[in-house]
Structure formats: C-alpha cells, structure tokens
Design a protein around this ligand. Sequence first.
Ligand code: PEP
Ligand code: MG
Length: 366
Amino acid sequence: DDELVVAVDRIMAHADARRRMKVRANVDTGEDAGLARRFGAEGIGLCRTEHMFLGERRSLVEDLVLAETPEEREKALAALLPMQIEDFTALYRAMAGLPVTIRLLDPPLHEFLPDLTELSVEVAVARERGELTDEQEALLENVRRLHEQNPMLGLRGVRLGIQVPGLFAMQIRAITRAAATLAAEGVNVLPEIMVPLVGTVQELQAVAAEIAEVVQEPESLVDGAPVEHQVGTMIELPRAALVAAQIAEVAQFFSFGTNDLTQTTWGFSRDDVESSFFSAYLDHGIFGVSPFESLDTVGVGELVEIASWRGREVRPGLKLGICGEHGGDPDSVHFFHRAGLDYVSCSPFRVPVARLEAGRAAVEHG
Ligand code: PEP
Ligand code: MG
C-alpha cells in the first residue's frame, strides 16, 4: 500500500511540475474547501452561494423575493448579511493565500418559491371553506406573478440581482467585510467576485458600480483602502462569448460556465438530459458521449476560444478559467489547456484527475 501511495505521489509530482494550468475546486463550505485543499486544489474556482440558502435559510430568500415593501426586503437582507459574512470567513480561512471566487446568487428561483400548483389548490380549498385570508390571496398573486414557464431561461443570476434591490449589495458587503476583517488579522485573502449569467456588458457595469460603492464603506477598508479584490464574470451564454471584447473592458477574469453554455448553445435543457432524447441520440451515434459530460469542442469549445481571444485582445492579462462540470473531464481538460486557459475548477474529488490531465496536456501539446 505504501508503495502505491509513493508511486501515485511521484506521478502527481511529475504532473504538477509540468502543467501550466492551475487546478481549483468548486466548493461552498469551509469544510469542503479544506478537503479540496488536501486534494491539491489551488483555490476556489466557484462558490455557488445559492447552496448557502438551502435548509433553514430558504424562507429568508422567499421573504426577500416576495417582499412587497422596502422594509420587508431590508429585514430579510439584514438577517442574511451576518450569515453570509460567517460563510465567507470560513472559505477564506480554509483557502488562506489562495484565490476564492464567490459567485453572486444564481438560484433556480422556482426552487425557492412555494409551488404554484400546490398553493393554488390550498387557496381554492380555503375559499371553498370560506376561510381564505387576504394574506393567502396576496401570496398566491405574488407567486403567480413570479411563475415562469422556463425558469432556467428566466429570472436567474444577474437578472435577479438587478430586479431585487440590495440583494447583490448584501452579498458584496459580506464578501468584502469578511475579507477586510481577516486581512486586518494578517490572513492573506484573495476574493474574486463573480457575476453569473451575464449577456451584456451593461449588466456587468451595473453590478461593478455596486461593488465600487460597497468597497468604499468603512467596514470594507483595510488601512483606509478597499480590501484587495477582483471583479469578473461567468461566460455561460453564447452572446457573452461573442461580445467578450466589451465585457473584458469591465471584467478582470472570465470563468466559463460550460454547463449553461452547453445548454444554451445546443438549446436543450441540462436538467432533462437523462430522461429525454439522449439515449436515442447515443443509439444513433449522433452523440458518442453527452456534451454535458465531455465538452463539445467544435461547437461550445469554439465559443470558449472566441471569448478567450476577443477578451484578451482588449485585456492581455485577462484571467481565464472554467468552472462547469467539464473542468474535471480528462478530454475537456486537454482542450482547455490548448485554448490557453489559466485554470480549471472542478469538484474536490476530481482535482487529482484534473492535475494529472493538465500535466499530460502540457507534455502532449507543449
Ligand atoms: C455552469 O453553468 O457551467 C456553472 C458552473 O454554473 P451552474 O452549474 O451553477 O449553473
Ligand atoms: Mg451556470
């Protein structure tokens, strides 16, 4: 057993010495960040903050989104801020000295709201019994207003951040305050604030303006200056890839969201893949493997390359990474190396595979 461990360590050391790309992990808790670090992760490439709002906190998001007055909204935001500060502090501590990319909220909204059908039935029953309250009726109205036929193409990511006043500011505040507090303690923190589902530079500009304001708040300062941080964006819509030159004027980094980019480029749902027409496509040899597992290098990959070229033409030092599931897929890792990306980010358990493949890619392709 010891011999095996030594042999694996030597192989990994070879790969690490040769690879050009860094390997980060997709994690949302301090605990998983520690695990990722033990697997050799060199930072967090994606913290999905929506995962921090499951369980008991779910109702706070519901309150926030359904709030009808600024007071109601402020109350929900005030409750969430200290929780988020605690969340990010744990991530920074676990990843001290390494970059931590925190993505602003990108929830599938339908998972945070009451189910419209269930609620409609409840209201109908209550009305029948003459027990319907104004509150119940207002809630149904509200949920109906937010109901979408295609939630994955709807009020997600930056769109929600722009629609709900104060939501992104609360998260930005937590990101920079937690960082400033730790930096003052001498912990080396490198937060990267990432905006999801951007399709036009105007969206990113709107959020960048909020960031610029929040980092000037006293609690976000270190020695009188804004805490060190970067601002970047996901590239996960074909339009974002095509207008990358404009987006790079504002973004210091791009992180390719190849899950959504695959979904939106092909025009089929990532959530229905298994149950839908995929097996027929595999049987007919139209797909050798699902494009959600292994990157479609000529289609989706071309968009990755276009965005990389156009972005770097405007901003030569633009940092490029990928945080979709493909970050841990061997063939895809080779593609990302050839495309000139700086890092791949994947689930902690795939980090060793990604390190190995990034090393092999460097040897094979130079
Ligand atoms: C992606 O779209 O590839 C991505 C990393 O974001 P998410 O999977 O959370 O949509
Ligand atoms: Mg996405």
